[in-house]
Write a protein that binds this ligand. Structure first.
Ligand SMILES: *[C@@H]1O[C@H](CO)[C@@H](O)[C@H](O)[C@H]1NC(C)=O
Ligand SMILES: [Zn+2]
Length: 302
């Protein structure tokens, strides 16, 4: 069974590599995607800026249940698809939404910045702030037979997303084997096998609190059938780990693959929900900054 899953995954990755588009360079690049892929110019595109003041708290939303994310004995095919590094996931991994829908995991990949350490590359921003990187775990609705079928359906996909922040002082060893395998997928089309990783541990510590909204794939064909789950908590990596990720991979023009993120897209009346309340509310939702009660929280002497 494992062999079959792997073959299917590699086939899928192979197809992805044939997709012709880029972030910058080959036609169509970022601002030209909608010329070749009209849906990229649609009304419910991703990523978006998560404006915390406008997020609607919905207390009936429960945390998604992540099943078999923590399996350690697996080997994951990992490929440079020319746009990112992608880790194929076994279909034993799945996610159960608050509304009971089961989504089967397919693959996980990253978006990052680069060029200079201060250039961040997350896709979703929070109140306009872009984080260092963003990781997407792509799933398909298990009511459909396969990813290939589901990806064409209006309720076909879900993506569990999280942002990566830089914590200068601590190496995150849960990312060590992933980062050391990057050298084996330097060029587009190259694959390797990722071992000794626990996907659960690559996620943020808190996987209870999240934002959710209806959007799209953030890469062509930008299909508008993705239910997004963006965790409130972030994963922390050291600056040197982020710089290794930003400088290890080449695109199909033999250039460093950097800044493989899409700009935020218009909300167009969509509502972003969260299963947690904005922390500012508990301090009094003051329109002034800093909040009136800030001195109570600020115990650092100046
Ligand atoms: C809150 O979430 C539940 C479960 O997904 C949904 O059925 C309901 O419509 C939402 N409530 C509001 C007020 O949006
Ligand atoms: Zn992505």
């Amino acid at each position: 069974m494992r062999a079959v899953v792997t073959m299917v995954s590699l086939f899928f990755l192979g197809i992805q590599a044939l997709d012709h588009w880029s972030y910058s360079g080959d036609y169509p690049q970022l601002n030209e995607w909608s010329e070749k892929y009209p849906t990229c110019g649609g009304q419910r595109q991703s990523p978006i800026d998560l404006q915390t003041k406008k997020v609607k708290y919905n207390k009936s939303l429960r945390a998604p249940i992540l099943v078999n994310y923590e399996e350690e004995e697996l080997e994951f095919p990992m490929t440079n698809n020319g746009h990112s590094v992608q880790i194929a996931l076994p279909d034993s991994m799945h996610m159960i939404d608050s509304d009971g829908t089961t989504y089967t995991a397919v693959q996980m990949h990253l978006h990052w910045g680069g060029g200079f350490p201060e250039i961040s590359g997350s896709e979703h921003t929070i109140d306009g702030m872009r984080r260092a990187m963003e990781v997407h775990v792509v799933h398909y609705n298990a009511n459909y037979e396969s990813f290939e079928k589901a990806k064409e359906q209006p309720d076909g996909l879900s993506v569990v997303a999280f942002l990566v922040e830089i914590n200068n002082y601590a190496e995150n060893t849960y990312y060590s084997s992933f980062i050391s395998e990057l050298a084996n997928v330097r060029n587009p089309g190259e694959s390797t096998t990722l071992k000794k990783v626990n996907i659960r541990n690559m996620l943020p510590q808190d996987i209870q609190h999240y934002y959710t909204y209806l959007g799209s794939l953030t890469t062509p064909p930008c299909t508008e059938n993705v239910k997004w789950f963006v965790f409130q908590d972030t994963t922390k990596l050291s600056l040197s780990q982020v710089m290794k990720i930003e400088n290890s991979i080449k695109d199909s023009n033999n250039q460093p693959l950097q800044n493989n993120y899409r700009e935020t897209q218009p909300l167009n009346g969509r509502v972003v929900e969260a299963n947690f309340q904005r922390y500012a509310l508990s301090m009094g939702d003051s329109p002034t900054y800093p909040p009136k009660s800030a001195h109570v929280l600020d115990s650092h002497p100046h």
